[in-house]
Design a protein around this ligand. Structure first.
Ligand code: SF4
Length: 413
């Protein structure tokens, strides 16, 4: 048993999280089998509040893509999608999800005793994150003969203007109309407002959980956040998820009050930019832990910490928050955000993950790490890899690079 296994303290709320996720997936399975209920698939920063307010059970395929990554099977099933003409360089979430469908397999079977992802009645994507989701959702729409609808917001924004918000708002109204006609439903606007209020409360709580990592030593790390972020993505608008984050926040605040550290003897505080490497979470977390380095903040986990809803037009809030996400901003805005976040969390260095199949959520390709290193005099490491496809990630090389990166910080202290 290594040093890591001896000293790591599990977050108590983890048991409650597992139960919450089980209920979520069993409910989705029931919804797909119940002729009186409907299932909608949605992208992770898509208009899920509208779908929930219409009464759809909402499922997020990106979560399944991440799950296939954590189970370390993506690289084995992706070639099946390649057989249909999907490039190995296209999103490995999409490719592995399609490969999984072609093989008729899913880790959800072993985890929850269900057949796999729920059959959709409707699929709704937003290209505010990337183009790949459009192709991904069209594949499954065709496969299940289900309606596919998409939002195409303005991309790569500096400032988010009233015109941008109005553009997306019109698209949201059109989406509502399409759903009403297709499913002979009427959107209850009061229910939408209530769903948005709960979604915002959830998101604010999640932001507060992330902020507890500003404390020295940090009570949790990026690796914990990746596990505990599931409800803020999958269960927006859910009271159960709100109660869960209240408990998690209380636990993190208690840890801070008692000085409990996620990484005992924390020496270095690191920022993670870009996608996680799902199949290698354990190896990476143990490596940083053993080097006394706490990864205290990330772009990825912060993507679901939206501006609070102010009680105005719920569609305005949905449009604004979906446009304002980091992945949809221009280089200057991203750099400003990173610089401010590095300062807020007091980081000693930053890791940029160059994810081969997700150029959309990779920011190391056009000089950003170098510019930040020079301007802030901050050690920076660019790690080549991928979110799911292990064929693009060398564990040995990455570990050597991380050790050298920490040594560089040791040399400066
Ligand atoms: S943002 Fe990246 S990982 Fe997410 S769906 Fe798009 S290409 Fe895939």
């Amino acid at each position: 048993m290594g040093e890591t296994a001896l000293k790591r303290v599990e977050i108590e709320a983890a048991g409650r999280l597992r139960a919450l996720m089980r209920r979520y997936f069993l409910d989705l399975d029931e919804a797909a089998k119940d002729p009186g209920r409907r299932v909608a698939w949605c992208t992770s920063v898509g208009p899920c509040e509208i779908l929930a307010a219409f009464g759809f059970a909402v499922y997020f395929p990106e979560n399944h893509g991440a799950l296939l990554g954590t189970k370390k099977i993506s690289h084995e099933i992706i070639p099946r999608a390649a057989g249909l003409g999907y490039s190995a360089e296209a999103c490995s979430y999409m490719n592995s999800d399609i490969g999984c469908d072609l093989l008729g397999c899913s880790p959800l079977r072993a985890m929850y005793g269900i057949d796999g992802p729920p059959r959709p009645d409707l699929l709704v994507y937003s290209t505010n994150q990337c183009r790949d989701v459009q192709e991904w959702f069209h594949y499954f729409g065709h496969r299940h003969e289900a309606m596919v609808a998409g939002l195409r917001p303005p991309r790569h924004l500096g400032e988010v203007t009233a015109e941008h918000v109005a553009d997306v708002r019109v698209q949201l109204e059109r989406l509502i109309e399409q759903i009403e006609i297709r499913f002979e439903l009427r959107l209850d606007r009061r229910r939408l407002r209530e769903t948005v209020e709960r979604s915002s409360r959830l998101s604010v709580l999640w932001g507060r959980v992330l902020d507890t990592a500003r404390h020295r030593p940090s009570p949790l790390t990026f690796w914990d956040m990746l596990i505990h972020m599931a409800p803020v993505i999958l269960m927006r608008g859910s009271e159960e998820a709100i109660a869960y984050y209240e408990a998690l926040l209380a636990e993190m605040e208690e840890r801070n009050a008692s000085g409990a550290a996620a990484v005992p003897g924390e020496r270095w505080r690191i920022y993670w930019e870009g996608m996680p490497v799902w199949p290698r979470l354990r190896d990476l977390s143990e490596k940083f832990f053993d080097l006394r380095a706490a990864v205290v903040a990330s772009t990825y986990c912060n993507s679901w910490a939206f501006e609070p809803y102010d009680g105005g037009d719920p569609l305005d809030w949905m449009a604004r928050t979906s446009l304002a996400i980091f992945i949809n901003r221009d280089e200057a805005s991203k750099e400003r955000f990173l610089e401010q976040t590095f300062a807020r969390f007091g980081v000693d260095g930053a890791v940029f993950h160059n994810a081969r199949t997700c150029p959309n959520n990779t920011n190391s390709r056009y000089g950003m790490p170098e510019r930040l290193r020079e301007r802030l005099d901050l050690p920076v490491l660019v790690l080549d890899g991928d979110l799911s496809d292990l064929r693009f990630f060398s564990t040995a090389q990455s570990m050597t690079n991380i050790e050298a990166f920490i040594e560089q910080m040791e040399g400066r202290s």
